[in-house]
Design a protein around this ligand. Structure first.
Ligand SMILES: C[S@@+](CC[C@H](N)C(=O)[O-])C[C@H]1O[C@@H](n2cnc3c(N)ncnc32)[C@H](O)[C@@H]1O
Length: 513
């Protein structure tokens, strides 16, 4: 293995995602094929609740399969009614966090000064302590300090250059995120403050005021800018409606379907509200790659000569050793990256250099299950042979700027699931690196736990472009994986602080347990 691939492999990891925040009792999905305590108990009386041992799990799975035809859904339908109301202030669902983070992005987009202030407050001990007090239930009502803080934000926005956004919903929603409260608690305060402020909020007048404010500013003294600003404002009003669910308990978040089996014989927890995707989605502010710069092969023989195919001869040190696949399976583990043939190549889908693309069309059967000590995990419901492609890690593609902005929020809420796409990047190029944010938009890989003896390896890959910023992430089987085994990655966490429950005899962190 050369130095470069060694280094980049070391950097690959899923950021730790503390279980106490993601495991909550809120469930809005209507799942097909959910296993839970009750359903398992009713179908299999001999299964103990507190054991993740393979035998019992296998028995449960067999029982479930027998019952599958009889039950279309094992989830009690009543669980789906007005989930938002059940939301406890101690838990922030991934969907809420996602919406707040979006709101924060909007605010930052509108005001650089406010961005700095928000960042400062987020990282101040004062607010961390404050958040902890709220979580522990030591603060139940909004206090005077909080009122002052909110007022100071509002006056700050007043003096900012774009006065027309002074009283946006986004601001108030962001404030609720800042103080780590459920937005429902902040809403009455906002109403109270709004009633005391002398400002005409009539939409028509507001529009007129906006125009005046902008025209008076020398820096914005062009009709074009005024027009753009007003257009922007219009789109932010539309955003208000999208975020209304943060405020109004009568507004239901969309019913999200989890496309995977779920099994929980440990407790009553439901999986968090997430939106499952199959392909990466790209943040609107991130410029997509230039596909025209891509290159393709002109092989006439469907790429049978792997030593000739242009796609397989990409300049990557680790590929010196030749084509990385044998019978659609990885032939070695020291691969830097995989460059598959693409839509501009001469070959078809049977080409030997389209392993990931072919495998993605025939996804394997997985299950999200509750482990004893690691929160949720993923198991394979089928045997997987060494070297087979297992899954792609997908999420929302964000750039370094958005990642650091969101990190402020995720960090303080103790929730973080980023995967840096930094294969082949030097430290000094760090700012160019994109990340996959799978805190909300995600695939099942978001639930992969760490093991010091992991059965999956991570390999970056490219299909429609060879732009290293736009690398994608594939997980392959490192060895044969028996059906019903948990799928695991090595997070390569360098800190000694990690409380690892991988249970492996090779555990590097056992001293913590
Ligand atoms: C990417 S998430 C994996 C899914 C997670 N278990 C869940 O319930 O959402 C990573 C988090 O899972 C937990 N975790 C993963 N592997 C673990 C391990 N070997 N020991 C203890 N906790 C682990 C940690 O809380 C970590 O922050």
């Amino acid at each position: 293995m050369n130095e470069r691939s060694n280094k980049s492999k070391k950097d690959y990891r899923l950021e730790p995602y503390p279980k106490h925040i993601i495991i909550n009792k809120i469930q809005t999905q209507t799942h097909f094929g959910i296993y839970n305590n009750n359903s398992i108990a009713s179908s299999s009386s001999n299964i103990a609740n507190n054991n993740d041992g393979n035998d019992k799990v296998t028995a449960a799975l067999i029982d479930y399969t027998k019952n599958e035809q009889r039950n279309t859904s094992l989830l009690d339908q009543n669980n789906n009614t007005n989930q938002f109301k059940k939301c406890s202030k101690d838990y922030f669902t991934p969907r809420q966090i996602y919406l707040w983070v979006k709101v924060l992005e909007l605010i930052v987009h509108l005001s650089k000064d406010l961005n700095e202030k928000l960042n400062n407050d987020f990282i101040s001990n004062k607010w961390i302590n404050h958040r902890n007090k709220i979580r522990k239930g030591l603060i139940t009502n909004i206090n005077e300090d909080e009122k002052l803080l909110i007022q100071s934000y509002i006056s700050e926005i007043h003096s900012a250059s774009f006065k027309e956004i002074s009283f946006s919903w986004e601001l108030i929603q962001a404030i609720s995120a800042i103080i780590f409260r459920h937005p429902n608690q902040v809403y009455p305060l906002w109403e109270e403050i709004k009633s005391k402020i002398v400002m005409n909020l009539d939409p028509e007048d507001e529009k007129k005021n906006c125009v005046e404010v902008i025209i008076n500013k020398p820096i914005l003294n062009s009709t074009m800018i005024v027009k753009n600003k007003l257009d922007e404002l219009k789109s932010f009003r539309a955003v208000d409606e999208r975020f209304a669910e943060l405020w109004d308990p009568s507004i239901q978040p969309p019913k999200l379907k989890c496309p995977y089996d779920i099994m929980n014989i440990m407790d009553d927890d439901m999986i968090p509200q997430l939106e499952f995707i199959k392909e990466n989605i790209v943040h609107p502010n991130v410029k997509p790659p230039n596909l025209l710069e891509n290159f393709a092969c002109a092989c006439a023989d469907n790429c049978q000569k792997t030593s000739v195919c242009q796609c397989m001869l990409i300049d990557d040190d680790s590929q010196d050793e030749g084509f990385p696949f044998d019978n659609d399976r990885l032939s070695r583990s020291d691969i830097g990256a995989i460059y598959e043939c693409n839509s501009r190549c001469n070959c078809d889908m049977t080409c030997p250099n389209r392993v990931i693309q072919r495998s993605k069309k025939l996804p394997k059967k997985f299950q999200i299950f509750k482990t004893k000590e690691k929160g949720w995990g993923v198991r394979s419901l089928q045997f997987i042979k060494e070297g087979e492609f297992v899954m792609e890690h997908v999420g929302e593609v964000i750039d370094a700027r958005i990642a650091s902005l969101r990190a402020v929020c995720y960090d303080k809420l103790d929730t973080m699931s980023y995967f840096d796409l930094d294969y082949d990047f030097d430290k000094k190029e760090r700012r160019k690196v994109l990340s996959l944010d799978s805190n909300y938009w995600c695939g099942i890989s978001r639930f992969l736990n760490h093991s010091c003896n992991a059965n999956l390896i991570t390999i970056p890959f490219f299909v429609e472009n060879k732009d290293k910023r736009w690398q994608r992430i594939a997980f392959f089987a490192q060895r044969d994986i028996k059906a019903f085994s948990e799928l695991t990655l090595d997070y390569k966490i360098e800190s000694d602080e990690f409380d690892c429950y991988c249970g492996s005899q090779y555990c590097r962190y056992t001293k913590n347990n």
